[in-house]
Write a protein that binds this ligand. Sequence first.
Ligand code: PEP
Ligand code: MG
Length: 324
Amino acid sequence: EQAEWKLLKDADTQTADGHHVDIAANIGTPDDLSGVIDNGGEAVGLFRSEFLYMNSAELPTEDEQFEAYKKVVEGMNGRQVVIRTMDIGGDKHLPYLPLPEEMNPFLGYRAIRISLDRQEIFRTQLRALLRASNYGKLAIMFPMIATVDEFKQARAIFDEEKQKMVEAGNSVADNIEVGMMMEIPAAVLIADKLAKYADFFSIGTNDLIQYSFAADRGNEHVSYLYQPYNPSLLRLIKQVIDCAHAEGKWAGMCGEMAGDQIAVPILLGMGLDEFSMSATSILQTRSLIKRLDTSKLQPLVDAALDAESNEAVIELVNQLDIKD
Ligand code: PEP
Ligand code: MG
């Protein structure tokens, strides 16, 4: 198996019936890039930029950030790199940025909520990203967007910084896509509205599952509620993909589920455009996708959406006829 996967390193990701999807990678630091290239990643679907902040004794400067983003964008050689603005808070803390003590940090002051409040931090990051856009194909996305207003505010700040840089005579790429993570159920329910403003969606299932089932993703006492195939979650995912497509936008997934071998046939059947996963899952997933025929996945999707439980959906996928 491993040998067969190696042969797929430079192959296009195509289904048995010739339909192309992108397999991208999730990374945390520029050093992770070699793993992406060694495993044949077609893009970076999620660069968790908060690791830059976490691996530093103080707020990283614009120049430090620029160097890190440039390295990744340049290293991917024209392939798309989606950089997520900092997702601090929840379980991720910075010694130099005291956050309030909270009863429920995962429901608290985090991610885009901090960025919109502490705009000097956010604007510094956006300027570093804008400068890096000159070195390849950069896209950015905002984490934990819950409302249309949050997205509009974040995007307006981005547009302002871009405008200022252009007026100061600095070059920036003019095709930078600005998208958002879909990881809060309230946002999923108004995905049709958000799709008018965002250039793309990236579904963050790690958080979307936690918030949908009201079950802390790190709490072992409720881990039975981590149910990625539950029709409730599948319906949310389908809603995101359909709303993106209705506005001519693309939808990806960067949560763990994107590299899950049970989930992939269902996601492919729903029309997910980009699968972003840890680099070590790429070749196995490319091999699976190669053996799937999208024209036969519609009945699976329909049955899964109509099932009653996570287990029932696993059973449906196991019955699927997958070529050798
Ligand atoms: C997610 O929530 O699925 C996600 C990709 O973001 P993170 O795991 O960094 O919260
Ligand atoms: Mg998340």
